[in-house]
Write a protein that binds this ligand. Structure first.
Ligand SMILES: [Zn+2]
Length: 97
């Protein structure tokens, strides 16, 4: 899945440019500023966000199911990583506004 070029404004030097991002671990879009080489992180693409959101709901449902049976469920490492990615994505999008 190829990433689309996105318009960036560098946090460090305020250089604006249109660059093709690379994908980081967990699916965030990473770009290095062509002017000062600062590493910029951009939000998840919509496909990743939707996938993580669906899994997060399933994980929460399975934890609640476990709790209703008197057991304590844990989301597991993958679940924690997905929930972390959603929170991080939300923070990045808030910063960009
Ligand atoms: Zn820069």
């Amino acid at each position: 899945m190829a990433l689309q070029p996105i318009q960036i404004i560098c946090n460090a030097c305020h250089h604006t440019s249109t660059e093709i991002p690379t994908r980081s671990f967990l699916g965030f879009q990473k770009i290095s500023c062509p002017h000062c080489h600062a590493q910029l992180t951009y939000p998840l693409t919509s496909g990743f966000r939707a996938t993580y959101a669906i899994f997060a709901v399933l994980i929460i449902l399975s934890i609640m199911l476990n709790l209703s049976q008197g057991q304590i469920g844990f989301p597991g490492l993958i679940g924690i990583a997905m929930i972390y990615a959603l929170v991080r994505d939300w923070q990045i999008r808030k910063q960009l506004k």
